[in-house]
Design a protein around this ligand. Structure first.
Ligand SMILES: C[S@@+](CC[C@H](N)C(=O)[O-])C[C@H]1O[C@@H](n2cnc3c(N)ncnc32)[C@H](O)[C@@H]1O
Length: 217
């Protein structure tokens, strides 16, 4: 284990074993809420996009964030959609513990369900029961190895008219923070993956300088 720090805690060989070597380490969770991040990737911009009414005019009710982290986006999402329920999924149980505590503080706990993804199943779709109106993968796609099958499975979990939003590091953006360039998934590749997974409409939203955002339905 050598552990170069690329400024975002994405150390190589962090000891997560096959398939998890790009995974964000819990020990660096402070970075997910840091002021610097709030400047680079303010939560409200993405939350506005993921809260928009669906094609048929329905307001999203059943929400899921995969790789919820500390709930940086998810808790604001719930506050924005007061009738909605959120399924918070993560492979790191301590992240779910953080989300639980914060949801309680913010009076949201009643509307949050927790899905602990077993490490051995992290490359498949976790125990997501039922279908969802809106799904979020924020800064997660680059951590997944089996992207094609993963996104195909997610597509199958959408309600008619539902959407998946993928926001991730742009390889062309600066590398003084975030994962190394060779870990990042170019937007063209992300788009092709989504189309290959069955999404027929994939739109880019220019929300952030260092991250691209794709809305797929
Ligand atoms: C870089 S953090 C981003 C957290 C959050 N989405 C945000 O934007 O603040 C990635 C998160 O995804 C989780 N994760 C990584 N691979 C996962 C997988 N296959 N299934 C579920 N969670 C995963 C990590 O434990 C971590 O909490």
């Amino acid at each position: 284990m050598h552990g170069h720090d690329h400024g975002h805690g994405h150390d190589h060989g962090h000891g997560h074993g096959p398939g998890g070597e790009r995974r964000f380490p819990f020990e660096k969770m402070g970075r997910l809420d840091a002021l610097e991040r709030q400047v680079r990737q303010p939560a409200h911009a993405l939350v506005k996009t993921i809260s928009e009414p669906l094609e048929d005019g329905r307001v999203p009710q059943r929400l899921v964030e995969i790789g919820v982290g500390t709930g940086y986006f998810a808790l604001l999402w719930l506050e924005t959609l007061p009738e909605a329920e959120l399924w918070a999924a993560d492979v790191e149980p301590r992240m779910l513990g953080v989300v639980m505590g914060r949801a309680m503080e913010r009076g949201l706990a009643r509307r949050v369900h927790f899905i602990e993804v077993a490490a051995a199943e992290a490359e498949r779709i976790p125990a997501l029961e039922g279908t969802f109106d809106a799904m979020l993968m924020a800064n997660l796609l680059h951590e997944i190895d089996q992207r094609e099958s993963y996104l195909t499975d997610l597509h199958g979990k959408l309600t008619p008219g539902g959407r998946l939003v993928v926001c991730d590091w742009d390889p062309r953006a600066s590398t003084d923070h975030g994962p190394p360039v060779d870990h990042r998934v170019p937007i063209e590749e992300a788009r092709a993956l989504l189309e290959g997974a069955g999404f027929t409409r994939v739109e880019e939203r220019p929300l952030y300088g260092d991250f691209y955002t794709l809305v797929a339905s």
